[in-house]
Design a binder for this molecule. Structure first.
Ligand SMILES: Cc1cc2nc3c(=O)[nH]c(=O)nc-3n(C[C@H](O)[C@H](O)[C@H](O)COP(=O)(O)O)c2cc1C
Length: 192
């Protein structure tokens, strides 16, 4: 049977969503910073339709400059005892799609996204939480309706996918590595 691990990931995420898995729509994005230090953070992994998955981030954030030509993304679905490790290159998501998704964000993230762009970058230091709140109220007393230019979306284009299935009863876990070969995948079994 021909296995498409990308389709399998979609199917597993859908099953995890039905099981109310808190991690069903999340991923962990790993990068390397300018000092060569590893950095990892949780992001929402969004379904873009037509088999696409993407991440939405602000280009003032440190992670933006760490993206390079590709990233490593981890998905863990505790409800299914499955781990996916994904190597992917990135493609910009059309601004119209980013804008559409952005309008669905809660009010505070919307105001923050504008604050990053016009006041102080995401992840930069502020004196304290009260200072941040006053800046937010002073700069953006009303909720902006349109996404700032700094709000970006990136589609993952997987080049390598490793699926670790912890469900084997008694035997070793099932660990498969899939390498993209043009329009198909080469499947390898790894010792878990
Ligand atoms: C459940 C959860 C979901 C998150 N989703 C996003 C997201 O979709 N986009 C984003 O930029 N940050 C998201 N964050 C915040 C990031 O983990 C991170 O703190 C922030 O983006 C700053 O990262 P950086 O300093 O490495 O650039 C999320 C955090 C959590 C805990």
């Amino acid at each position: 049977m021909l296995i498409d691990p990308w389709q399998q990931l979609h199917s597993d995420r859908a099953t995890a969503t039905k099981a109310a898995d808190a991690c069903a729509n999340l991923c962990y994005l790993a990068t390397v910073d300018a000092a060569g230090e590893p950095q990892v953070r949780t992001l929402v992994l969004r379904d873009l339709g037509e088999g696409g998955l993407g991440i939405f981030i602000n280009n003032t954030s440190p992670k933006w400059d760490q993206l390079g030509t590709g990233v490593s993304v981890l998905v863990y679905l505790p409800s299914l005892s499955l781990q996916y490790r994904i190597q992917a290159s990135l493609e910009p998501i059309a601004k119209s799609t980013v804008d559409q998704s952005w309008t669905l964000r809660p009010d505070t993230p919307k105001r923050l996204d504008w604050l990053y762009q016009s006041y102080q970058a995401q992840s930069s230091v502020v004196a304290d939480q009260a200072t941040l709140l006053s800046a937010l109220d002073a700069q953006f007393p009303d909720v902006p309706q349109l996404a700032p230019e700094s709000a970006q979306g990136l589609k993952l284009v997987p080049t390598q996918i490793e699926r670790l299935d912890l469900n084997a009863q008694g035997g070793p876990h099932h660990r498969q590595l899939f390498k993209r070969e043009r329009d198909s995948w080469q499947a390898l079994t790894l010792i878990p």
